[in-house]
Design a protein around this ligand. Structure first.
Ligand SMILES: [Zn+2]
Ligand SMILES: [Zn+2]
Length: 146
């Protein structure tokens, strides 16, 4: 006969905890006798209620609520930041489109005109200008021969 480590009652059969190695009767071990017998090989890994609780605590520590709230607000902030960036990208894209169009305001594109090796673009533009009464067309234009 051995004594239960918890209630100190003598018991015929006891369950031994694999962690603290104390022996408990089934009532104090939180397990039924038949339940303990069914464990078979797993008896060697059986834990008394105390050890079960403390190992659970170690395995899955529940962070305090304040920590969770902090994490949550960090996630929310990141989300907001991402939305902000999205918005800024849209605004930038708009600005780029506008700038692109502004840049082309001064562009005049002539298509279907044959290019001769000896031609002088400035001369052509001057002639064009004078024919539509723009004498200084040449100086007003930013010429790029493509
Ligand atoms: Zn007991
Ligand atoms: Zn134990």
């Amino acid at each position: 006969m051995t004594k239960c480590a918890s209630c100190l009652n003598e018991a015929r059969d006891l369950a031994q905890c694999s962690v603290c190695l104390k022996c408990f009767d089934f009532a104090c071990g939180g397990i039924t006798e038949s339940g303990y017998r069914k464990l078979g090989d797993r008896k060697a890994a059986w834990k008394c209620p105390n050890c079960k609780n403390s190992s659970n605590l170690k395995q899955a520590p529940t962070p305090p609520l304040s920590v969770l709230e902090e994490k949550l607000s960090t996630v929310e902030n990141k989300h907001k930041d991402a939305e902000d960036v999205d918005r800024r990208i849209l605004i930038l894209e708009d600005l780029i489109k506008q700038k692109d169009q502004n840049d082309r305001l001064n562009n005049a594109e002539f298509k279907g005109v044959l290019i001769k090796d000896s031609e002088n673009l400035f001369e052509i533009v001057s002639k064009l200008g004078s024919s539509i009464n723009l004498k200084n067309l040449k100086s007003e234009l930013d010429l790029k021969k493509l």
